[in-house]
Design a protein around this ligand. Structure first.
Ligand code: HEC
Ligand code: HEC
Length: 359
């Protein structure tokens, strides 16, 4: 009797256990969020409740990533209704004369000019005056710092500081010296920028940081902490500080043996100056690797006129009468004082026939 009771109790408990277990298994699990390297940063921000800025206005007819990409790369696209071609945006430049579309830094929170040059050399990119379009959609302000200080009195430059559409239009008409873009063209460029926004892999998050963000999203609390962490991994602006030009000083004996500076200067020359001047690609002034080019640049620099490499890099040229091609200045973030010195050391050594790279 006692034994039978025991068996039924055990059987009953077992059945309850099985029931409870199957019930737990059947309960739908809350889906867990995992960060992946290919996640778009904006998609993660959406999960963190951040309101998207620079969002594409999809209510405009004919807007597409493809058209935006074409305007940037080719200077024209199919028309708004998809038939035929638009007029060329600029007779002088494509946007890619002055802007890359690729990532430009290993560490997007350290945007020094030398990091940028090293990255450009490693990835075979040009080294240009404009900031890359990669990750531009994640930036909050445009034409920053000295662009505002120096030209902020011009209404469109001021407005462009916080308005991506005005920044695009400003550059199309002023930097590229071309026709104004229509609203669907600007919106298509924004659609294209959205397709080359920052990805999680670009932020070099440590495993523990990824875990922290996943936990925050799964719990749904302290969302701002995750936003803060993500924002610390890149700059949401392109800093721009102008430098004044230096005066020419003759090359020193030490500089005639300074192979390191020489080689760095050569990288600046080849990845930057030649991008526009080789074969008169984006200018009427031709430069190449001949001794004549270096002597020409050295003579201009000695003469200390507008064509001095010190003046042309720090002040650029201006479209004088009417529309024409011009050379934008390099802020220090786009060419540091040291890099400019290295460029001068390279040019002057090459002009006197002292090729330190050949030794
Ligand atoms: C002749 C050179 C040149 C050309 C051509 C050019 N740009 Fe620019 N652009 C610049 C410079 C220089 C800046 C200064 C700010 C920066 O990029 O850091 C700039 C800034 C911008 C900015 C603001 C970037 C920022 O983060 O401050 C946008 C957007 C832009 N350009 C879009 C375009 C588009 C679109 C085209 C083609 C229709 C174009 N640009 C053609 C030189 C140029
Ligand atoms: C984004 C394109 C671009 C880049 C990069 C560039 N330039 Fe220019 N540069 C121009 C344009 C456009 C002009 C205007 C005159 C012309 O069309 O020839 C010009 C003008 C000049 C002039 C004056 C030419 C004259 O007619 O008197 C010199 C000198 C010069 N650049 C040197 C350089 C050097 C050195 C570098 C590299 C540090 C450089 N440029 C980088 C586009 C560029």
């Amino acid at each position: 009797m006692f034994g039978k009771f025991k068996i039924t109790t055990i059987l009953a408990s077992l059945m309850i256990l099985v029931l409870v277990a199957s019930f737990t298994i059947m309960q739908p699990e809350k889906e867990q969020f995992f960060l992946s390297d290919s996640d778009d940063l904006w998609a993660v921000y959406d999960k963190l409740g951040k309101i998207r800025f620079n969002a594409v206005n999809t209510s405009i007819v004919g807007v597409s990533v493809e058209k935006g990409r074409d305007i940037i790369n080719k200077g024209y696209s199919t028309k708004q209704d998809g038939t035929g071609k638009t007029a060329q945006q600029s007779p002088y430049f494509k946007c890619t004369a002055c802007h890359n579309k690729e990532k430009e830094f290993d560490d997007l929170s350290n945007v020094s000019a030398q990091n940028r040059l090293n990255y450009a050399v490693k990835h075979d990119l040009p080294f240009l005056q404009g900031s890359s379009f990669y990750g531009l959609i994640n930036r909050k302000t445009f034409y920053n710092d000295d662009y505002q200080k120096k030209y902020g009195h011009v209404p469109i430059i001021k407005a462009s500081n916080t308005d991506i559409r005005k920044a695009i239009q400003l550059c199309a008409t002023q930097c590229a010296q071309g026709r104004a873009l229509s609203d669907w063209e600007i919106e298509s460029i924004i659609a294209y920028y959205s397709s080359i926004g920052l990805k999680i892999k670009d932020l070099n998050l440590k495993p523990a940081e990824k875990k922290e963000i996943e936990t925050i999203i799964n719990k749904g609390t302290d969302l701002h902490q995750a936003v803060h962490l993500l924002e610390s991994k890149y700059l949401a602006t392109s800093p721009a500080h102008f430098a004044n030009h230096k005066a020419y000083t003759p090359i020193t004996e030490a500089e005639k043996k300074d192979t390191e500076s020489f080689k760095n200067g050569q990288l600046v020359y080849e990845h930057s100056c030649l991008h526009c001047h080789e074969g008169k690609r984006y200018s009427f002034f031709a430069l190449d690797n001949s001794k004549f080019s270096f002597i020409n640049l050295l003579n201009r620099t000695k003469a200390d006129k507008d064509g001095s490499i010190y003046k042309i890099t720090r002040h650029g040229t201006w479209p004088l009468a009417g529309k024409k091609a011009y050379m934008p200045l390099y802020p220090m973030e786009k060419m540091s004082e040291d890099q400019l010195t290295d460029l001068k050391i390279y040019i002057e050594n090459m002009a006197i026939g002292n090729n330190l790279a050949a030794q």
